[in-house]
Design a protein around this ligand. Structure first.
Ligand code: UDP
Length: 323
Protein backbone atom coordinates (compact mmCIF):
# COMPACT_ATOMS: atom_id res chain seq x y z
CA UNK A 1 0.00 0.00 0.00
CA UNK A 2 1.25 3.49 -0.82
CA UNK A 3 2.56 5.55 2.05
CA UNK A 4 0.00 7.80 3.74
CA UNK A 5 1.33 11.19 4.71
CA UNK A 6 0.01 14.15 6.75
CA UNK A 7 0.96 17.66 5.61
CA UNK A 8 -0.02 20.50 7.95
CA UNK A 9 -0.16 23.95 6.37
CA UNK A 10 -1.02 22.21 3.12
CA UNK A 11 -2.74 25.27 1.62
CA UNK A 12 0.34 27.42 2.13
CA UNK A 13 3.10 28.24 -0.33
CA UNK A 14 5.50 25.46 0.72
CA UNK A 15 2.86 23.03 1.99
CA UNK A 16 1.06 22.99 -1.36
CA UNK A 17 4.27 22.44 -3.35
CA UNK A 18 5.26 19.65 -0.96
CA UNK A 19 1.81 18.08 -1.35
CA UNK A 20 2.16 18.15 -5.15
CA UNK A 21 5.57 16.53 -4.93
CA UNK A 22 4.37 13.73 -2.60
CA UNK A 23 1.30 13.01 -4.75
CA UNK A 24 3.59 12.98 -7.80
CA UNK A 25 5.53 10.14 -6.15
CA UNK A 26 2.33 8.09 -5.77
CA UNK A 27 1.78 8.74 -2.07
CA UNK A 28 -1.57 9.42 -0.38
CA UNK A 29 -1.75 12.83 1.32
CA UNK A 30 -4.04 14.23 4.00
CA UNK A 31 -3.66 18.01 3.92
CA UNK A 32 -4.66 20.10 6.93
CA UNK A 33 -4.85 23.90 7.13
CA UNK A 34 -6.92 26.43 9.08
CA UNK A 35 -6.64 28.86 6.14
CA UNK A 36 -5.52 31.72 8.38
CA UNK A 37 -2.79 32.52 5.86
CA UNK A 38 -3.07 29.55 3.48
CA UNK A 39 -5.02 29.92 0.26
CA UNK A 40 -7.41 27.17 -0.95
CA UNK A 41 -6.54 28.25 -4.51
CA UNK A 42 -3.16 26.57 -3.96
CA UNK A 43 -4.93 23.20 -3.76
CA UNK A 44 -7.76 23.82 -6.25
CA UNK A 45 -6.05 21.70 -8.93
CA UNK A 46 -6.29 18.67 -6.59
CA UNK A 47 -10.10 18.73 -6.26
CA UNK A 48 -10.46 15.51 -8.30
CA UNK A 49 -7.34 13.79 -6.94
CA UNK A 50 -8.45 10.57 -5.19
CA UNK A 51 -5.19 10.26 -3.24
CA UNK A 52 -5.63 13.72 -1.66
CA UNK A 53 -7.97 14.73 1.14
CA UNK A 54 -8.21 18.21 2.65
CA UNK A 55 -9.37 18.97 6.18
CA UNK A 56 -9.84 22.57 7.33
CA UNK A 57 -8.81 22.49 10.96
CA UNK A 58 -6.61 24.24 13.51
CA UNK A 59 -3.80 21.90 14.56
CA UNK A 60 -3.71 23.61 17.99
CA UNK A 61 -6.72 21.43 18.84
CA UNK A 62 -5.72 17.74 19.28
CA UNK A 63 -6.66 15.82 16.15
CA UNK A 64 -6.32 12.46 14.49
CA UNK A 65 -6.49 11.80 10.75
CA UNK A 66 -5.96 8.04 11.17
CA UNK A 67 -2.76 6.08 10.68
CA UNK A 68 -0.01 7.88 8.78
CA UNK A 69 3.55 6.91 7.90
CA UNK A 70 4.95 10.42 7.89
CA UNK A 71 4.09 13.91 9.18
CA UNK A 72 5.33 17.11 7.51
CA UNK A 73 4.64 20.03 9.86
CA UNK A 74 4.42 23.19 7.76
CA UNK A 75 1.59 25.04 9.51
CA UNK A 76 2.54 28.58 10.59
CA UNK A 77 2.17 32.15 9.44
CA UNK A 78 5.55 32.78 7.81
CA UNK A 79 5.84 36.28 6.35
CA UNK A 80 6.78 39.11 8.72
CA UNK A 81 3.54 41.14 8.26
CA UNK A 82 1.43 38.00 8.76
CA UNK A 83 3.16 36.76 11.90
CA UNK A 84 3.14 40.26 13.36
CA UNK A 85 -0.63 40.38 12.72
CA UNK A 86 -1.10 36.85 14.09
CA UNK A 87 1.43 36.88 16.94
CA UNK A 88 -0.45 34.72 19.44
CA UNK A 89 -1.56 32.28 16.74
CA UNK A 90 2.06 31.99 15.56
CA UNK A 91 3.27 31.17 19.09
CA UNK A 92 0.49 28.62 19.56
CA UNK A 93 0.96 26.79 16.27
CA UNK A 94 4.72 26.60 16.81
CA UNK A 95 4.27 25.14 20.30
CA UNK A 96 0.90 23.45 20.95
CA UNK A 97 0.24 22.77 17.26
CA UNK A 98 3.68 21.30 16.73
CA UNK A 99 3.30 19.10 19.82
CA UNK A 100 0.00 17.78 18.47
CA UNK A 101 1.75 16.73 15.23
CA UNK A 102 4.53 15.06 17.22
CA UNK A 103 1.90 13.14 19.22
CA UNK A 104 0.48 11.84 15.94
CA UNK A 105 3.95 10.73 14.83
CA UNK A 106 4.52 9.02 18.20
CA UNK A 107 1.08 7.34 18.11
CA UNK A 108 1.55 5.80 14.67
CA UNK A 109 5.32 5.29 14.69
CA UNK A 110 5.52 7.79 11.84
CA UNK A 111 8.47 9.91 10.74
CA UNK A 112 8.22 13.65 11.38
CA UNK A 113 9.77 16.66 9.64
CA UNK A 114 9.35 20.10 11.15
CA UNK A 115 9.69 23.25 9.06
CA UNK A 116 12.08 25.43 11.01
CA UNK A 117 13.73 28.59 9.77
CA UNK A 118 16.83 30.70 9.32
CA UNK A 119 15.08 33.07 11.77
CA UNK A 120 16.50 30.78 14.47
CA UNK A 121 19.78 32.60 13.78
CA UNK A 122 18.10 35.99 14.35
CA UNK A 123 20.27 38.91 13.22
CA UNK A 124 23.35 36.68 12.92
CA UNK A 125 26.81 37.66 14.11
CA UNK A 126 28.39 34.75 12.20
CA UNK A 127 28.39 34.63 8.43
CA UNK A 128 27.42 32.48 6.60
CA UNK A 129 25.31 30.63 9.13
CA UNK A 130 26.19 27.01 9.93
CA UNK A 131 23.83 24.75 11.86
CA UNK A 132 26.21 24.91 14.86
CA UNK A 133 25.64 28.65 15.31
CA UNK A 134 23.22 29.28 18.20
CA UNK A 135 21.96 32.57 16.85
CA UNK A 136 21.47 36.16 17.94
CA UNK A 137 17.77 36.57 18.60
CA UNK A 138 15.84 39.35 20.35
CA UNK A 139 13.48 37.31 22.56
CA UNK A 140 11.05 40.19 23.16
CA UNK A 141 11.15 42.14 19.86
CA UNK A 142 8.31 42.14 17.33
CA UNK A 143 9.79 39.18 15.40
CA UNK A 144 10.11 37.12 18.59
CA UNK A 145 6.64 35.59 18.12
CA UNK A 146 7.99 33.75 15.08
CA UNK A 147 11.64 33.30 16.03
CA UNK A 148 10.96 31.96 19.51
CA UNK A 149 8.07 29.77 18.37
CA UNK A 150 10.39 28.16 15.85
CA UNK A 151 13.23 27.83 18.37
CA UNK A 152 10.86 26.25 20.89
CA UNK A 153 9.58 23.99 18.11
CA UNK A 154 13.12 22.76 17.50
CA UNK A 155 13.59 22.02 21.22
CA UNK A 156 10.26 20.18 21.28
CA UNK A 157 11.15 18.09 18.23
CA UNK A 158 14.51 17.11 19.74
CA UNK A 159 12.80 16.20 23.01
CA UNK A 160 10.34 13.91 21.20
CA UNK A 161 13.28 12.33 19.43
CA UNK A 162 15.35 11.88 22.58
CA UNK A 163 12.60 10.98 25.05
CA UNK A 164 10.03 9.25 22.87
CA UNK A 165 12.23 7.85 20.09
CA UNK A 166 10.33 9.62 17.29
CA UNK A 167 12.18 9.63 13.95
CA UNK A 168 12.32 13.42 13.62
CA UNK A 169 13.92 15.83 11.15
CA UNK A 170 14.48 19.58 11.33
CA UNK A 171 14.92 21.73 8.25
CA UNK A 172 16.05 25.35 8.63
CA UNK A 173 14.47 27.03 5.64
CA UNK A 174 16.03 30.19 4.21
CA UNK A 175 14.13 32.72 2.07
CA UNK A 176 12.25 30.85 -0.62
CA UNK A 177 10.19 32.11 -3.57
CA UNK A 178 8.27 30.86 -6.56
CA UNK A 179 4.71 30.47 -7.83
CA UNK A 180 2.08 30.58 -5.01
CA UNK A 181 4.11 32.95 -2.85
CA UNK A 182 1.14 35.06 -1.85
CA UNK A 183 1.17 38.32 -3.83
CA UNK A 184 0.07 40.40 -0.84
CA UNK A 185 1.75 38.71 2.11
CA UNK A 186 4.43 41.40 2.19
CA UNK A 187 7.54 39.43 1.40
CA UNK A 188 10.24 41.04 -0.66
CA UNK A 189 10.00 38.96 -3.85
CA UNK A 190 6.20 39.03 -3.99
CA UNK A 191 6.09 42.77 -3.21
CA UNK A 192 8.71 43.60 -5.85
CA UNK A 193 7.16 41.34 -8.52
CA UNK A 194 3.69 42.82 -8.04
CA UNK A 195 4.99 46.40 -7.86
CA UNK A 196 7.15 45.92 -10.98
CA UNK A 197 4.31 44.36 -12.97
CA UNK A 198 1.94 47.16 -11.92
CA UNK A 199 4.50 49.86 -12.78
CA UNK A 200 4.56 51.05 -9.16
CA UNK A 201 7.76 52.00 -7.29
CA UNK A 202 9.58 49.10 -5.62
CA UNK A 203 9.51 49.59 -1.83
CA UNK A 204 13.06 49.27 -0.49
CA UNK A 205 13.13 49.06 3.32
CA UNK A 206 16.10 50.86 4.86
CA UNK A 207 19.03 51.50 2.49
CA UNK A 208 18.51 48.16 0.71
CA UNK A 209 22.03 46.99 1.57
CA UNK A 210 20.79 44.19 3.86
CA UNK A 211 21.21 40.77 2.27
CA UNK A 212 19.11 37.67 1.75
CA UNK A 213 19.75 34.41 -0.11
CA UNK A 214 16.81 33.30 -2.23
CA UNK A 215 16.03 29.65 -2.99
CA UNK A 216 13.63 28.62 -5.74
CA UNK A 217 10.81 26.50 -4.34
CA UNK A 218 11.54 23.35 -6.42
CA UNK A 219 15.12 23.25 -5.12
CA UNK A 220 13.89 23.63 -1.56
CA UNK A 221 11.29 20.85 -1.83
CA UNK A 222 13.94 18.49 -3.23
CA UNK A 223 16.15 19.15 -0.20
CA UNK A 224 13.24 18.59 2.18
CA UNK A 225 12.32 15.25 0.59
CA UNK A 226 15.94 14.06 0.83
CA UNK A 227 16.15 15.15 4.47
CA UNK A 228 12.90 13.36 5.33
CA UNK A 229 14.45 10.09 4.10
CA UNK A 230 17.79 10.59 5.85
CA UNK A 231 19.03 9.51 9.27
CA UNK A 232 19.84 13.08 10.33
CA UNK A 233 17.95 14.36 13.37
CA UNK A 234 19.78 17.62 14.05
CA UNK A 235 18.88 20.75 12.03
CA UNK A 236 19.95 21.04 8.38
CA UNK A 237 20.07 24.33 6.46
CA UNK A 238 18.28 24.23 3.13
CA UNK A 239 18.64 27.39 1.08
CA UNK A 240 20.53 28.96 -1.77
CA UNK A 241 23.93 30.34 -0.66
CA UNK A 242 23.98 32.97 -3.42
CA UNK A 243 23.61 36.20 -1.45
CA UNK A 244 21.98 39.38 -2.77
CA UNK A 245 21.39 42.81 -1.30
CA UNK A 246 17.76 43.91 -1.39
CA UNK A 247 18.83 46.49 -4.01
CA UNK A 248 20.30 43.73 -6.20
CA UNK A 249 17.10 41.74 -5.72
CA UNK A 250 15.09 44.77 -6.89
CA UNK A 251 17.24 45.05 -10.02
CA UNK A 252 16.82 41.32 -10.73
CA UNK A 253 13.03 41.74 -10.52
CA UNK A 254 13.09 44.79 -12.80
CA UNK A 255 15.12 42.77 -15.34
CA UNK A 256 12.85 39.70 -15.14
CA UNK A 257 9.69 41.77 -15.56
CA UNK A 258 11.15 44.29 -18.08
CA UNK A 259 9.71 46.94 -15.79
CA UNK A 260 10.74 50.59 -15.63
CA UNK A 261 9.44 51.06 -12.08
CA UNK A 262 11.43 53.38 -9.84
CA UNK A 263 12.66 52.61 -6.34
CA UNK A 264 11.24 54.24 -3.22
CA UNK A 265 12.84 54.00 0.21
CA UNK A 266 10.81 53.21 3.33
CA UNK A 267 11.62 52.64 7.00
CA UNK A 268 13.48 49.46 7.91
CA UNK A 269 11.34 47.21 10.16
CA UNK A 270 12.70 46.70 13.71
CA UNK A 271 15.23 43.86 14.09
CA UNK A 272 15.35 43.24 10.33
CA UNK A 273 18.42 40.98 9.96
CA UNK A 274 21.38 42.70 8.25
CA UNK A 275 22.77 39.59 6.56
CA UNK A 276 21.48 36.13 5.93
CA UNK A 277 23.19 33.36 3.99
CA UNK A 278 23.15 29.61 4.57
CA UNK A 279 26.25 27.48 4.82
CA UNK A 280 24.97 24.34 3.07
CA UNK A 281 28.07 22.15 3.53
CA UNK A 282 26.05 19.81 5.79
CA UNK A 283 23.23 19.37 3.23
CA UNK A 284 25.81 18.78 0.51
CA UNK A 285 27.64 16.17 2.61
CA UNK A 286 24.77 14.16 4.07
CA UNK A 287 22.03 14.64 1.45
CA UNK A 288 24.10 15.22 -1.70
CA UNK A 289 21.86 18.26 -2.18
CA UNK A 290 22.50 21.70 -3.58
CA UNK A 291 20.26 24.20 -5.38
CA UNK A 292 20.37 24.46 -9.17
CA UNK A 293 18.09 27.36 -10.02
CA UNK A 294 19.67 30.83 -9.90
CA UNK A 295 17.62 33.89 -8.93
CA UNK A 296 17.32 35.15 -12.51
CA UNK A 297 15.97 31.80 -13.74
CA UNK A 298 13.64 31.38 -10.74
CA UNK A 299 12.14 34.84 -11.20
CA UNK A 300 11.41 34.03 -14.86
CA UNK A 301 9.75 30.77 -13.80
CA UNK A 302 7.60 32.74 -11.31
CA UNK A 303 6.57 35.46 -13.75
CA UNK A 304 3.37 33.87 -15.10
CA UNK A 305 2.05 33.28 -11.58
CA UNK A 306 2.49 36.91 -10.53
CA UNK A 307 1.16 38.17 -13.89
CA UNK A 308 -1.97 36.12 -13.21
CA UNK A 309 -2.42 37.93 -9.89
CA UNK A 310 -2.53 41.42 -11.39
CA UNK A 311 -5.96 42.83 -10.59
CA UNK A 312 -6.48 40.28 -7.84
CA UNK A 313 -7.09 42.88 -5.13
CA UNK A 314 -10.68 41.72 -4.68
CA UNK A 315 -9.76 38.12 -3.89
CA UNK A 316 -6.92 39.33 -1.65
CA UNK A 317 -9.44 41.24 0.48
CA UNK A 318 -11.70 38.20 0.60
CA UNK A 319 -8.75 36.08 1.75
CA UNK A 320 -7.93 38.47 4.57
CA UNK A 321 -11.51 38.54 5.80
CA UNK A 322 -11.43 34.75 6.33
CA UNK A 323 -8.72 35.02 8.98
N1 UDP B 1 11.94 44.15 2.11
C1 UDP B 1 11.98 45.31 1.32
N2 UDP B 1 10.84 45.68 0.69
C2 UDP B 1 9.68 44.98 0.76
C3 UDP B 1 9.64 43.80 1.54
C4 UDP B 1 10.80 43.42 2.22
O1 UDP B 1 13.02 45.98 1.22
O2 UDP B 1 8.70 45.40 0.13
C5 UDP B 1 13.18 43.70 2.78
C6 UDP B 1 13.02 43.41 4.26
O3 UDP B 1 13.23 44.57 5.04
C7 UDP B 1 14.12 42.36 4.47
C8 UDP B 1 14.19 41.63 3.14
O4 UDP B 1 13.58 42.49 2.19
O5 UDP B 1 15.36 42.98 4.72
C9 UDP B 1 13.46 40.30 3.14
O6 UDP B 1 12.17 40.50 3.69
P1 UDP B 1 11.06 39.38 3.70
O7 UDP B 1 9.87 39.99 4.38
O8 UDP B 1 10.85 38.81 2.35
O9 UDP B 1 11.64 38.19 4.59
P2 UDP B 1 12.57 38.10 5.90
O10 UDP B 1 13.85 37.57 5.38
O11 UDP B 1 12.73 39.46 6.52
O12 UDP B 1 11.84 37.16 6.78
Amino acid sequence: MAMRVLVTGAAGFLGSHLTDRLLGEGLTVVGVDNLSTGDPANLAHLAQEPRFRFEQRDICQPFDVGAVDYVFNFASPASPPEYLRLGLETLRVGSIGTENTLEIAARYGAGHLHASTSECYGDPLEHPQTEDYWGHVNPVGPRSVYDEAKRYGEALVMAYHRSRGVNTHLVRIFNTYGPRLHPSDGRVISNFMMQALRGQPLSIYGDGKQTRSFCYVDDLIEGIILLSRSDEHLPVNIGNPQEFTVLECAQAVLDATSSTSELCFEALPQDDPVRRCPDIAKARAILGWEPHIALKEGLLRSLDFFKGKIGSEVSDCARLSVS
